[in-house]
Ligand binder design. Structure first.
Ligand SMILES: C[S@@+](CC[C@H](N)C(=O)[O-])C[C@H]1O[C@@H](n2cnc3c(N)ncnc32)[C@H](O)[C@@H]1O
Length: 191
C-alpha cells in the first residue's frame, strides 16, 4: 500500500511537472482543466496561474489545509478515485494525469481512457505517464504496467504530440531506490 499522505506532505510546494508545462504550449483554449491524482496540488496551482477559468482537482486522498490554502473561486476539489469520477462529456480543455495512471486498476483502464477521450473537447490535451514493463514496481499488486504497444493502443484516436520512453535507476519522492520505466505522453483530441 502506498503512503499517499506522506507523499503529498513531502511534495508540497514543488514546481509543476515539466511535462505539464510543455503540454500548456498546446492548449489554445483555457476554460476547464482537470487535474487527476492531483497530490500536493502543485499542478493545480500552476493551472490556475496559467489562466484556466476552472480547475478541478481529483484525488482519493485529501489534504484539507492544502485545499483551503488555494482559496481561488476557479478551483474545486473532488475526493474520489479516477475509476469512480464522473467525467463530463465534451467538457475539459486539458486533462492532466501526472504519475497517477499506473495506479488506476488495470481492468478499469479501458473504461477510464474512454471516459477521458469522451470528456475532452475538440483540440483538448491529455498529458501524463504510464509505467512500462521494466519498471521495478511491475511486480506490485497495486501498480499496473503496460507495453509501449498497449500505451499507444490506449491513446489511439488521439494525435500523439509528444511521446518519450524513459528508463533509469533513481529514487522515489519517498527516497526509496527504484528502476523507472516510464512512457511520457502529450496527446490531442482531433475531433
Ligand atoms: C504519485 S502521486 C502523483 C501526484 C501528483 N500528480 C504529482 O505529479 O506529484 C499519485 C497521486 O494520485 C493519487 N491516486 C492514486 N491512485 C489514485 C486513483 N486510483 N484515483 C485517484 N487518485 C489516485 C494519490 O493519492 C496521489 O496523490
Amino acid at each position: 500500500m502506498f503512503n499517499w499522505t506522506g507523499y503529498i506532505n513531502i511534495t508540497k510546494n514543488k514546481l509543476p511537472r515539466q511535462l505539464l508545462v510543455r503540454a500548456l504550449e498546446y492548449t489554445r483554449n483555457r476554460e476547464v482543466a482537470l487535474d487527476l491524482g492531483a497530490g500536493a496540488l502543485n499542478e493545480s496551482k500552476y493551472l490556475l496561474k496559467s489562466a484556466f477559468k476552472k480547475v478541478i482537482a481529483v484525488d482519493n486522498e485529501e489534504d484539507s489545509n492544502l485545499i483551503s490554502e488555494i482559496n481561488h473561486r476557479a478551483f474545486s476539489f473532488e475526493k474520489t478515485t479516477i475509476e469512480d469520477y464522473s467525467f463530463l462529456d465534451d467538457y475539459y480543455d486539458l486533462i492532466n494525469a501526472q504519475f497517477v495512471l499506473p495506479f488506476v486498476e488495470k481492468e478499469k483502464m479501458d473504461v477510464v481512457i474512454s471516459n477521458i477521450k469522451n470528456s475532452l473537447k475538440k483540440e483538448g490535451i491529455f498529458v501524463g505517464q504510464f509505467f512500462g514493463i521494466k519498471d521495478s514496481w511491475s511486480s506490485r499488486a497495486d501498480v499496473y504496467v503496460y507495453t509501449e504497444e498497449k500505451v499507444k493502443d490506449l491513446l489511439s484516436g488521439l494525435d500523439i504530440l509528444y511521446f518519450q520512453e524513459e528508463e533509469k535507476d533513481g529514487r522515489t519522492a519517498m527516497d526509496e531506490e527504484k528502476h523507472w520505466h516510464i512512457f511520457h505522453f502529450i496527446a490531442k483530441k482531433l475531433i
